[in-house]
Design a binder for this molecule. Structure first.
Ligand SMILES: C[S@@+](CC[C@H](N)C(=O)[O-])C[C@H]1O[C@@H](n2cnc3c(N)ncnc32)[C@H](O)[C@@H]1O
Length: 258
């Protein structure tokens, strides 16, 4: 059986719906001069049904329902096509890796950063075989660097590294952390980054990559080190500790000791 990816399903739903609308037009089922608004609504509705039949995630159904309508409304604005190209390029620079890894950009808030700081000091920096020695923490998919900046300021004696795949957040993070000598941020794919040198790895990703991240952590991280995941648990693994953050979204940090 063929297993379709998320984007293939999305394309199939829209192209399939367009096929049905064009067929209905050609067969004269919609009259001689159908109202364009009805055609757009048909496209939205049929694409949504196709996406549902293809077992797309729920949010894709909303996207399919809204996308043709938004496209029709945008075309009425008669914007220069360069604007669409510019929008596409900006989205690519911000969400480029999301297509492959299904991890979008959303940021840890300052309350969560303070909670992580509170955990790292007694459990990682002041404990272990070499308390007091300089230790290194990795933000796996470091976004705009807000977590790294907060941690680096709170713990000036320790080192904080980040790896970020999307160019625009990466450049923003380099600017944000420019004055901090204990922060190093690289642009690249986090799957090709070894986790061995780190006493703690922080990840704020999505449900999709958690099993793969856990396998990588088990293979590469040293015994006694920590994997800390914001909001997303490793399926089938009981966390060593759960830190409940007192913020608006009641964030949970799942701590796994390797
Ligand atoms: C949810 S954000 C978290 C940002 C940051 N860690 C924070 O807590 O504020 C996840 C980040 O991972 C990045 N990302 C997704 N896939 C990636 C990949 N394969 N390699 C590197 N970064 C990736 C995304 O671009 C995004 O910036």
């Amino acid at each position: 059986m063929i297993r379709l990816g998320t984007l293939s399903k999305a394309l199939l739903a829209q192209v399939g719906a367009m096929g049905v609308v064009l067929l209905a037009l050609n067969l004269g089922l919609l009259g001689n001069t159908p109202f364009i608004g009805w055609l757009v609504l048909m496209q939205s509705g049929i694409a949504t049904i196709f996406a549902w039949l293809l077992k797309s995630d729920r949010w894709w159904l909303i996207i399919h329902a809204v996308f043709p309508v938004a496209l029709a409304l945008a075309s009425r604005l008669q914007l220069d096509s360069a604007w669409y190209l510019a929008g596409f390029v900006v989205l690519l620079l911000v969400f480029g890796p999301t297509v492959r890894t299904r991890v979008p950009l959303y940021l840890s808030n300052q309350t969560t950063a303070a909670a992580l700081t509170g955990f790292l000091k007694p459990h990682v920096f002041d404990l272990g075989p070499d308390p007091g020695a300089q230790k290194t923490v990795l933000d796996f998919g470091s976004g705009t660097g807000s977590m790294l900046k907060h941690l680096a300021r709170d713990h000036p004696l320790h080192r904080f590294e980040g790896i970020e795949g999307a160019w625009l957040p990466y450049l923003v993070s380099r600017l944000a952390c420019a004055g901090l000598s204990n922060v190093v941020i690289k642009q690249g794919d986090f799957w090709s980054k070894s986790l061995t040198p780190y006493c703690a790895v922080y990840a704020f990703l999505s449900t999709e990559p958690m099993p793969r991240l856990w396998e990588k952590a088990k293979r590469e991280m040293t015994p006694g080190s920590f994997l800390i995941s914001n909001s997303f648990q490793v399926p089938g693994q009981t966390p060593t500790k759960v830190i409940c953050v007192d913020d608006a979204r009641q964030t949970e940090l799942f701590v796994y000791r390797l």
